[in-house]
Design a protein around this ligand. Sequence first.
Ligand code: NAP
Length: 355
Amino acid sequence: MLGATGSIGRQAIEIIDASPDLEVVALASGSNELGSLAAERGVEHAQVGGDLSELLDECRPDVVLNAVVGFAGLPATLWALENGVTLALANKESLVAAGDLAIGARERGGGQLLPVDSEHSAVFQCLEGRPLETVDSIVLTASGGPFRGRTRAQLEGVTRADALAHPTWQMGPKITIDSATLANKGLELIEAHFLFGFAYDRIEVVVHPTSVVHAIVRFRDGASLAHLGYPDMRIPISYALTYPDRAATAVEGLDFSNGLSLEFEPPDLETFPLLALARHAGESGGTYPCAYNAANEIGVAAFLAGRLPFAGIAGVVVETLEAVEGAPAADLDELVQADAEARRLAESAAGALVP
Ligand SMILES: NC(=O)c1ccc[n+]([C@@H]2O[C@H](COP(=O)([O-])OP(=O)(O)OC[C@H]3O[C@@H](n4cnc5c(N)ncnc54)[C@H](OP(=O)(O)O)[C@@H]3O)[C@@H](O)[C@H]2O)c1
């Protein structure tokens, strides 16, 4: 369990504790100590930071739950895919940054890649067992975040606390800011492209404020299948960890007796430019998605540290994408270099944008 101390990690512990078939053999975090968590659970292998593929080599798990935040999750994603070990993937940044390498590793390794992101788990479930040629397109839903309905001018001066107040999901700080800027949906768009193999023009994003519908798949006969449930990450975490059994969880099913209305609207691409920028980076291919992700990570960190205004996050990404070369990476070393270069450019863009 990688990212054991985070929001997904803590919820996964709850799922694992409720399942007699699941046992944690290794824990990893970024900086928080794991000693007491490992001791409590009798876990022998634990690692704080560093290259997590070393930990995985040591403990050889049957399933890797990658719930690390950010590009730091990449070695673990590639390790699991290359070794044919089932990967329950919450760490979307690794698939966005290294999609081509990850898909190559999955083909060589032949293991399962099970999405933990709720929208992708929903798409996976709607698609399961259905021939891909019967699919017309997929639709990812976005809550719209805390600033839905605002104009660009109304976003000036929003604070860290405003941006961290997500209306429907309780999550770690980085993804919560990504939800406020819609970069999260941009990352998910690229993630969906690599997970399911659809071209970008067959992946749509709609805003759905209550986050009850997680994704929709349209089929060629005009029918659509949707996946619904209260927004609770324990459902997709459990689905990935107990696939194909679909174990029971403590989450309530939907209650229709009090009325349930489902509203959808198009995203406001002008106020939230990071969604369209992600689509553009994805369509450009090569290491553009890697640069998008790196610049966004730098922008979010600078915003959280009070060094950048909210709109500056998109500004940093725009400037970085304009400056990078975006050439495809032949291997992990080249990808790591592309990531480092994008981070360097993003840091300097962030420095120049400080008010
Ligand atoms: N939270 C959600 O509801 C949700 C939903 C969908 C997808 N996701 C995705 O799941 C991932 C985790 O999100 P989260 O919300 O759980 O984040 P979080 O609460 O911030 O937790 C992040 C976890 O990653 C660990 N970590 C950070 N850097 C690391 C490193 N270099 N090596 C090893 N571990 C490291 C952290 O350890 P420390 O505690 O030591 O910092 C922590 O355990 C992200 O990719 C996010 O996009 C989350």
